[in-house]
Design a protein around this ligand. Structure first.
Ligand SMILES: [Zn+2]
Length: 164
């Protein structure tokens, strides 16, 4: 994918929380440096050091927690998108080149598991693509818009500066 911008999940926490609330799933969200490390500390098996999202359930309280890495690198995005392409979503993945849409799909995918444990990976992806189209849009509060204008002003000031 033609992006080298990592996705900062913490910057999107309000949007992520509102998607969870909108879905009706009783779940917390926790943003962690590494999902694998989080799982290792709690003796939850997790093979992948590059895990991009996971939902776990606290056996004592019955409450879900959606785990997200604080930084989703472009390599992680590529591997998630490639897996989806292999599951038959070659056309649908186009929208995921937008970082905000990628993050939303990721959260919706984990919600899909929480709402119904019997769903396969493919069914969770499919459900997430369907919900993406129905999400109340909040473009005005969109973190990407701010990031993009910030980057633009940086590059403009750099272009006008002296060479070092
Ligand atoms: Zn999954």
């Amino acid at each position: 994918m033609a992006t080298n911008m990592d996705i900062d999940t913490r910057a999107r926490i309000d949007d992520i929380r509102s998607i969870i609330a909108w879905s009706g799933l009783e779940s917390d969200v926790e943003i962690v440096p590494s999902i694998q490390a989080w799982c290792a500390q709690r003796e939850v098996p997790e093979e992948s050091p590059f895990r991009t999202g996971r939902i776990v359930r606290n056996a004592a309280t019955g409450r879900y927690v959606i785990l997200l890495p604080e930084r989703i690198t472009s390599d992680m995005v590529s591997s998630v998108v490639t897996a989806m392409e292999l599951r038959g979503f070659e056309r649908e993945v186009a929208v995921l080149s937008d970082p905000n849409t990628f993050a939303r799909h990721l959260v919706l995918h984990e919600i899909a598991h929480g709402l119904d444990h019997t769903r396969t990976e493919q069914e969770c992806d499919e459900w997430a693509f369907q919900q993406l189209r129905q999400l109340p849009s909040n473009r005005a509060a969109h973190p990407d818009a701010r990031e993009a204008s910030h980057l633009l002003s940086l590059s403009q000031s750099r272009a006008g500066g002296r060479e070092r």
